[in-house]
Design a protein around this ligand. Structure first.
Ligand code: C2O
Length: 348
C-alpha cells in the first residue's frame, strides 16, 4: 500500500530522532474546507530556477520582498513563513500519523519519499511567494553546492543581516568565504580546514560517487521502500545521506543544542537557505535521470507512485498531491537553469 499522507485529525507532540520531545506542536492549521486533489495551474512559460551565486541585485531584491511578505502573514496563516517552516517539523519530527494507520508515525526522510516530498514542498513554497508579489513566474534559487563556484554559503543569504534572507542561527565559523565540505562531520569541528583546492577536488569526487558510482539503481539513489502502515524505514538514498545531511549540519549553528536552525529537522525550514539547499537536491534528481545509465529512471512501484502528501497551496487551499504527478518538473512549470557539472568529468 502507498503512504497516504497525514491523518489531519491527529497532531502528535513532535520529537527529535532520539525521542526527546519538542516543546511545540507543529502540525498545519486545520482546514475549514474539503481537501482537493491538486491539479497544477496552467502556465505560459517555464520558470527557470537560477543558481543562487549568480543572482543579480534585482532578483535578490525580489526574493527578499516576497519573503518579507511571507514573514508578515499571521502565524496562523498556512502560507506564513512560520507555517512553511513547520511543514518540515510536522512531516519530519513525527508530528503526524499516516492516514489510515493510527499510531503509525509518518516520516519522509530515510526512504524513497525523500525526493518527492521535498519537491512538492518547495513547489508550494515557490507558488506562495510568487502569489504574494503578484508574479506567478517567480522561481526560487538553488544553492549550487556541486559546483566549485557554489561551495560556500551563498552570499545572498549571508551578506546583509537585515535582509529577510538572513538567519542568525547559522554556524558563525562557516560564513563565507569558508569552504563547504560536502562530507562535513561534526567530529571535524576543531580540525583545521582543508586547503581550498583540496576541498574542491574532494567535493567533486564525492559528487561523482553519490551521483554515479554508488547510485547505479533507483533504490540506491532514492532510498528504501516505505509503505503504508510501516514504521520508520532507515535506508537513505545516496544524495540524502551525503552531501544533503552533511550540508545541514555544516550550516546550522554549532552553538545551539540541536544545531538549529539547519542542523535539525524541526528547525531547518526556519532558515531561508534551507529551500536553496533543497533546490539543488531536487535538481540532482533531474540530473540523475538524465545520466546515460540504463537504470537512471524513476521508481515504477505503484506504492511509490501513489503515495500522497498534503500541502496548502498559494490560495490557502489544502490539497492532496501524488508522487506520480511530480516526476517531471516541467509539468509543475519549472526547470533548473543550466550550469556545468564538473564532477561528472571528475571520475576519481
Ligand atoms: Cu527534509 Cu534537508 O531535509
Amino acid at each position: 500500500n502507498p503512504v497516504n499522507g497525514p491523518d489531519t485529525n491527529i497532531c502528535n507532540q513532535p520529537k527529535l530522532l532520539d525521542g526527546t520531545p519538542l516543546p511545540d506542536k507543529c502540525c498545519a492549521p486545520k482546514s475549514s474546507s474539503d481537501i482537493i486533489d491538486y491539479k497544477p495551474p496552467p502556465f505560459t512559460k517555464l520558470r527557470g530556477r537560477p543558481p543562487a551565486h549568480k543572482a543579480d541585485k534585482e532578483y535578490i531584491a525580489k526574493y527578499n520582498e516576497a519573503l518579507c511578505m511571507m514573514r508578515g502573514l499571521e502565524d496562523t496563516d498556512p502560507r506564513s513563513f512560520k507555517q512553511q517552516a513547520d511543514v518540515h517539523c510536522a512531516y519530519c519530527n513525527f508530528g503526524y500519523d499516516q492516514d489510515g494507520y493510527p499510531g503509525v508515525e509518518l516520516q519522509v526522510h530515510f526512504n524513497w519519499l525523500f525526493f518527492p516530498f521535498h519537491r512538492w514542498y518547495l513547489y508550494f513554497y515557490e507558488r506562495i511567494l510568487g502569489k504574494l508579489i503578484g508574479d506567478p513566474d517567480f522561481a526560487i534559487p538553488f544553492w549550487n553546492w556541486d559546483h566549485p563556484d557554489g561551495m560556500t554559503m551563498p552570499a545572498m543569504f549571508t551578506s546583509d543581516p537585515n535582509s529577510d534572507l538572513y538567519d542568525v542561527n547559522r554556524s558563525p565559523k562557516h560564513q563565507p568565504p569558508y569552504g563547504l565540505d560536502l562530507e562535513y562531520d561534526k567530529a571535524n569541528l576543531c580540525k583545521p580546514p582543508k586547503p581550498y583546492k583540496q576541498l574542491v577536488e574532494d567535493n567533486l569526487a564525492t559528487m561523482y560517487r553519490q551521483m554515479v558510482s554508488c547510485a547505479t539503481k533507483p533504490c540506491l539513489f532514492f532510498g528504501g521502500e516505505y509503505k503504508g502502515g510501516e514504521a520508520l524505514v532507515n535506508q537513505m538514498g545516496t544524495i540524502e545521506s551525503t552531501p544533503h545531511n552533511n550540508i545541514h549540519v555544516w550550516s546550522g549553528s554549532e552553538k545551539n543544542p540541536n544545531g538549529e536552525d539547519m542542523g535539525n529537522f524541526y528547525s531547518a525550514g526556519r532558515d531561508p537557505m534551507f529551500y536553496a539547499l533543497h533546490g539543488n537536491v531536487d535538481r540532482m534528481w533531474c540530473i540523475w535521470k538524465s545520466l546515460p545509465g540504463k537504470n537512471n529512471r524513476d521508481i515504477t512501484h505503484p506504492d511509490w507512485l501513489n503515495s500522497t502528501f498534503l500541502f496548502y497551496d498559494e490560495n490557502a487551499q489544502l490539497v492532496r498531491v501524488k508522487v506520480r504527478d511530480c516526476l517531471d518538473t516541467r509539468m509543475l512549470g519549472y526547470v533548473y537553469e543550466h550550469v556545468d557539472l564538473p564532477w561528472l568529468y571528475n571520475k576519481p
